[in-house]
Ligand binder design. Structure first.
Ligand code: ZN
Ligand code: ZN
Length: 191
C-alpha cells in the first residue's frame, strides 16, 4: 500500500561516490564486500518502506560493477562527483555501452552448460551440454535476479553487441584468459 504513495522524482537522485569508511558494505552488483578506503558508488532510490516523502535508501556498488549493471545511475553520479576517479574514462565507456545496448547490463557470467536441459532465452532452443552459455540477470526492485541463459552464439543477435569481454571476465573471476578467448571467439562468430 505504501508503494503507491512514493513520490515521482523528476530530478536525478543525489547519488554518492565516496571512499568506503569501513569494509562492511556488500556490492549489489557482484555480492562481494567493498574494501575499506576503496571507492564506492551509492545509488539513491526512493525507500518504499520508510515514512516521509523524501525517504531514500542507498544501494552500494563497486564503481565498475555499477558501470556494468546500473549505467545510467553511475553516469549521473560521475557527472556530479568531486572525487578524483582514476578509472573514470573506463567507467564512462562501459556505462555508455550499457546504455547504447539496453540488454547489455543483463550479461553476467559465462560457463559451460552442465546439462542439456535449459533453453536459450534468445532463440528458445536447448543449450547443448558442455557448450558455452552466458547467464543473464534481471534488475527488479533493486535486486538482480537470475533470469536464465543464452547460447554464446546468440549474444550478437540478442545483446546487439559482442563487446562483452570485460564484463564477463569481471563477473566470472574463475574463468581463465584462455577460456575467455574461446568464449569470445564463439560470441564473435555468432551463427
Ligand atoms: Zn561489485
Ligand atoms: Zn540461442
Amino acid at each position: 500500500m505504501k508503494r503507491e504513495s512514493v513520490p515521482v522524482y523528476s530530478l536525478p537522485m543525489p547519488h554518492v561516490i565516496e571512499r568506503a569508511p569501513s569494509g562492511r558494505a556488500k556490492c549489489r552488483g557482484c555480492g562481494e564486500k567493498i574494501a575499506s578506503g576503496g571507492l564506492r558508488f551509492g545509488e539513491q532510490l526512493p525507500n518504499p518502506y520508510a515514512d516521509g516523502d523524501n525517504a531514500l535508501m542507498t544501494h552500494w556498488f563497486h564503481p565498475v560493477c555499477a558501470a556494468y549493471r546500473r549505467p545510467e545511475a553511475l553516469l549521473e553520479g560521475l557527472a556530479e562527483t568531486a572525487e578524483t576517479i582514476e578509472s573514470r574514462a573506463t567507467l564512462e565507456r562501459e556505462a555508455a555501452l550499457g546504455i547504447a545496448h539496453r540488454r547489455l547490463p543483463r550479461v553476467s557470467t559465462a560457463d559451460r552448460a552442465p546439462t542439456g536441459r535449459a533453453s536459450c532465452r534468445a532463440c528458445k532452443t536447448l543449450i547443448a551440454k558442455n557448450s558455452w552459455r552466458i547467464a543473464l540477470v534481471f534488475y527488479e526492485d533493486g535486486r538482480f535476479v537470475a533470469s536464465g541463459f543464452i547460447h554464446a552464439t546468440c549474444v550478437k543477435d540478442y545483446i546487439e553487441t559482442t563487446d562483452i569481454r570485460a564484463r564477463v571476465k569481471h563477473f566470472s573471476p574463475a574463468l581463465s584468459d584462455a577460456d575467455l578467448d574461446v568464449v569470445l571467439s564463439v560470441v564473435g562468430d555468432g551463427l
